[in-house]
Design a binder for this molecule. Structure first.
Ligand code: NAD
Length: 329
């Protein structure tokens, strides 16, 4: 069976080649992202393997189906970028990797918290320039602070557990409360109370119609002045221009982002020799109290191995007529 992997990088090649021997699939690694103008590369491939910023809108799916594709195997947990109704209508099955390593993403979110609260990004640059001064590097203890966790699924609960380990008070908001949060001493509250009482807020809910721009000018005003926001879930959970205004006024004290609403045409490529065309991202990058990573929270050896193994098992199960991890079944 021939499989084309769009948006594949060296780390995908390594992890998929390591997991493939037991399956013996013919893997074609394609660096290009999946777009309307690259969909023709999938002609004749029964399986298209796609990542988070690939375009899986109706016109692209139509072209894939016309070229003989029958299965979309996502290398991600999130599937907000797939037009599921179109896929169903075109007879395309869609499978995903519901869990790989919640630790990878949660630990990255914690890394952003620690870097921001102790200004590690600034200290790193300073000492490399021979500047050993301490001005502006005063941080704050995590112990005793209140941490608000929005979304307490697999990743959110790991994040909550780690922050409880620092001695933080954990507040959580989720329409489907996870009892594990209460087991570690956390408390479920309504969103308003979480926003108003938290020193640090971390987003771990999926992107859907109910959560799009969950953090906006209004919710930012309801947050504690000077608090920290971490988003390692999906860029469109926050209204980015509103973040800029809140940073300018000091209402938002710290911001850690691993995702950005307009990341699809920016992230995952070296653009350092080109002028940055996105003015919103460019402005965000000017703040000393902002750290942006380019959607790398998933990027650990353990997560990559699990993604490759589950994706290839998903494809094998679908080929046998007993699909697993299907999102449009
Ligand atoms: P999950 O499905 O286990 O948990 C999501 C939780 O969010 C669930 O408990 C759900 O009830 C809750 N939720 C749904 N709607 C909500 C709302 N309106 N308000 C608050 N909570 C709500 O998912 P997960 O595996 O923990 O992943 C969480 C998100 O992390 C994914 O949706 C994905 O977007 C993101 N993610 C990012 C990366 C990365 O590399 N940055 C990697 C993997 C996943």
């Amino acid at each position: 069976m021939r499989i084309i992997l769009f948006s594949s990088q060296n780390h995908d090649r390594e992890s998929f080649l390591a997991a493939n021997p037991q399956h013996g699939f013919e893997l074609h690694f394609q660096q290009a992202p999946l777009r309307l103008d690259t969909a023709a590369l999938a002609m004749g491939f029964e399986v298209v393997c796609a990542f988070v910023n690939d375009d899986l809108s109706r016109p692209v799916l139509e072209q894939l189906a016309a070229g003989g594709t029958r299965l979309i195997a996502l290398r991600s947990a999130g599937y907000n970028h797939v037009d599921l109704a179109a896929a169903r209508a075109l007879g395309l099955a869609v499978v995903r990797v519901p869990a790989y390593s919640p630790y990878a993403v949660a630990e990255h979110a914690v890394g952003l918290v620690l870097a921001l609260c102790r200004h590690l990004h600034r200290a790193y640059n300073r000492t490399r320039e021979g500047d050993f001064s301490l001005h502006g590097l005063t941080g704050f203890d995590l112990f005793g602070k209140t941490v608000g966790v929005i979304g307490t699924g697999q990743i959110g609960v790991v994040f909550a557990r780690i922050m409880a380990g620092f001695g933080c008070r954990v507040l959580a908001y989720d329409p489907y409360p996870n009892p594990e949060v209460e087991a570690i001493g956390g408390q479920f509250v309504d969103l308003d109370r979480l926003l108003g009482e938290s020193d640090i807020i971390s987003l771990h809910c999926p992107l859907n119609d109910a959560t799009r721009h969950l953090v906006n000018a209004n919710s930012l005003q309801r947050m504690k002045r000077g608090s920290m926001l971490i988003n390692s879930s999906r860029g469109a959970l926050v209204d980015t221009p509103a973040l800029i205004e809140a940073l300018k006024s000091g209402q938002l004290g710290y911001l850690g982002l691993d995702v950005y609403e307009e990341e699809a045409d920016i992230f995952f490529a070296d653009r350092s020799d080109l002028p940055l065309q996105d003015d919103v991202l460019a402005r965000l990058l000017t703040f000393p109290n902002v750290i942006i990573t380019a959607h790398q929270a998933f990027l650990t050896n353990e997560a990559l191995a699990a993604i490759a193994e589950t994706t290839l098992n998903n494809i094998a199960a679908w080929r046998k007529g007993a699909p697993v991890n299907q999102v449009n079944g």
